[in-house]
Design a protein around this ligand. Structure first.
Ligand code: RIB
Length: 301
């Protein structure tokens, strides 16, 4: 692929997935169908999506345990052609996630982070040749902040998908070039302004460029002192929305690393995440570059 390189620093989880008529309410037991296991984790999902979409070389920093799950999490990274720096944590389980998927495609997820919590500031690999660093919040916050600040210092653009939702320290927010959030995550970051309109919430976060994913309503690109841009969603037959946001983040960042403008990157990210919803499993529906081109060919939006 040549000179263009992005690095994903983040989590890998083995997803234990059960489909059921609906997601259980607090205190409710729901009888689901068979159990299926899939590779997942926001970091790994985003790295695989970026590598499959192509346009730049993809590296990943990830921590795995010394259990049987580790090889199941490593294989899809290798198969996608990702250059992985793996921190192997002795005596720890790999990350896992327990997912219930309702018949309408919605889900609820509980993560047991395991080895992901052992990714430390000193594990950051060389940023030589890297143009974009993509992270999420399933690894320790102190490491996310240390990586972001190191990247900023090295002239590497920092893209943060602030998921799962939490408030973030100013020192981290000040190191971010592009923030990607859904509406819940944006409200958590906007604090007292969490009930305001999306542009007001974006302004309140204090990052100059915010992309808000809106599920079936598409995505919004907000930039300080510039008109906002809406990217409509691409309608598809939804099977499973798990990881759709991850595909959006991975494809958006790989497009930016490949030199695309934000508007173009958003459109391709929206198309890729729509395609990802048509298959079960966080990484299974992630389209290749050819599949993405074929889907977008002749489509308006
Ligand atoms: O975003 C979806 C992912 O969240 C799943 O793959 C699960 O592992 C959790 O990290």
């Amino acid at each position: 692929m040549g000179e263009k390189k992005m690095l994903v620093a983040g989590s890998a989880n083995l997803d234990f997935v059960v489909r059921a008529a609906h997601v259980p309410a607090p205190g409710e037991t729901v009888l689901g169908r068979e159990l299926q296991l899939f590779p997942g984790g926001k970091g790994a999902n985003q790295a695989v999506a970026a590598a499959r979409a192509g346009g730049a070389d993809v590296r990943m920093l990830v921590a795995l345990g010394d259990d049987a799950f580790a090889s199941q999490l490593e294989a899809p990274l290798r198969d996608a052609g990702i250059d992985a720096s793996i921190v192997r944590v002795a005596g720890s389980a790999s990350g896992s996630a327990f997912i219930c998927i309702a018949d309408d495609g919605e889900n609820s997820i509980t993560v047991a982070p395991g080895a992901n919590l052992h990714l430390a500031p000193e594990h950051l690999p060389s940023l030589e040749g890297v143009s974009h660093l993509l992270m999420q919040l399933e690894i320790p916050l102190a490491s996310v902040q240390a990586y972001a600040q190191a990247a900023r210092k090295a002239g590497v653009k920092v893209v943060l998908n602030a998921a799962p939702a939490q408030a973030l320290p100013r020192g981290l927010l000040d190191s971010i070039d592009v923030l990607i959030v859904n509406e819940g995550e944006l409200a958590a970051l906007a604090g007292a302004h969490g009930d305001a309109s999306l542009p007001v919430q974006c302004e309140a976060v204090g990052v100059a460029c915010v992309v808000v994913t809106l599920g079936p309503r598409g995505a919004l690109l907000w930039r300080r002192d510039q008109p906002s841009i809406e990217q409509p969603a691409f309608p598809v037959e939804v099977v499973d929305t798990t990881g759709a946001g991850d595909v959006f983040c991975g494809v958006l960042t790989v497009e930016l690393a490949g030199g695309a403008k934000l508007e173009t990157a958003m459109r391709r990210a929206a198309a890729a995440s729509a395609l990802a919803c048509t298959k079960l499993g966080a990484q299974s529906g992630t389209p290749t570059r050819v599949e993405l081109e074929r889907f977008l060919d002749g489509r308006i939006g």
